[in-house]
Ligand binder design. Structure first.
Ligand code: GLY
Length: 254
């Protein structure tokens, strides 16, 4: 059960955010703000109390607040983004996390870790080794998990930005996955909902309390999730997609 979420208002500099899809064009800032409002309203409908950080124009990608921390039931981990332009986004986050957790740890150099590479499945955390999360950072996080009675495992990544670009844990034993992870031995035990290749972006969904929040415009994936017994809420995230960002990236939920 999640009770809280931290979000960060998008900066108008988001039009300069990192993107591996320049062909999609630059985000429309006003539309992005409206989509952010709809996203926040949906989180509130799911019963979450929201804490919204001010926008920070120095960091175009700072609305993707999930990448700067990992929240567990026992402690919070301040991340250390692997993208140099995002390094300063952690400023102020440790103090904020300390309002909610007695123990706040942090990833230290030369480790790097972004929250988008961490998928929580109960007390176990899957950690993707990506261009943003290195072995040292993942190792530090694993060690912290173990100190707190939790566990983790490493996932070698295919060509995806983050682990949760291609995977979402929907709970009730169910993993939403792109084809990249379909036969991965680490996920053998789970029931799988497979996202068709032409809807790959829809793999970035979030289960928040009684429902799955997913991006609008992906009808095959939506149908599969509904047919598997989940209630679904749709949020348009087209402007965040242009920056490789999705619904999980836009909040820290705990
Ligand atoms: N544009 C989101 C990221 O690259 O981190």
């Amino acid at each position: 059960m999640f009770r809280n979420a931290i979000v960060r208002r998008p900066a108008s500099s988001m039009v300069q955010g990192i993107s591996s899809h320049p062909e999609l064009g630059k985000p429309d800032y006003e539309l992005a703000l409206r989509q952010h409002s709809a996203y926040k309203a949906t989180l509130r409908l799911c019963g979450l109390e929201l804490r919204e950080l001010d926008c920070d124009e120095r960091y175009p990608d700072s609305c993707f607040v999930e990448d700067v921390a990992v929240c567990t039931k026992a402690f919070a981990m301040l991340a250390r983004p692997g993208a140099p332009s995002r390094a300063g986004e952690t400023e102020g986050m440790a103090a904020l996390l300390a309002e909610y957790w007695r123990e706040v740890e942090s990833i230290k150099a030369p480790g790097s870790l972004e929250g988008g590479d961490v998928m929580m499945v109960g007390d176990h955390f899957y950690i993707g080794l990506s261009a943003r999360t290195n072995r040292e950072g993942a190792g530090q996080f694993m060690a912290a998990l173990e100190r707190h009675g939790l566990s983790g495992s490493l996932i070698e990544m295919p060509e995806l930005l983050h682990l949760k670009t291609g995977l979402a844990w929907l709970e009730d034993g169910t993993l939403l996955t792109t084809r990249e992870f379909l036969d991965h031995p680490a996920f053998k035990a789970f029931r799988k909902i497979v996202v068709p290749e032409h809807e790959a972006y829809a793999a970035n969904c979030i289960r928040v309390n009684d429902r799955v929040i997913m991006p609008s415009g992906y009808p095959e994936t939506e149908g599969k999730i509904r047919d598997s017994g989940f209630a679904v809420s749709l949020v348009d995230s087209s402007e965040y997609r242009k920056l490789d960002g999705g619904l999980s990236c836009l909040s820290l939920r705990f």
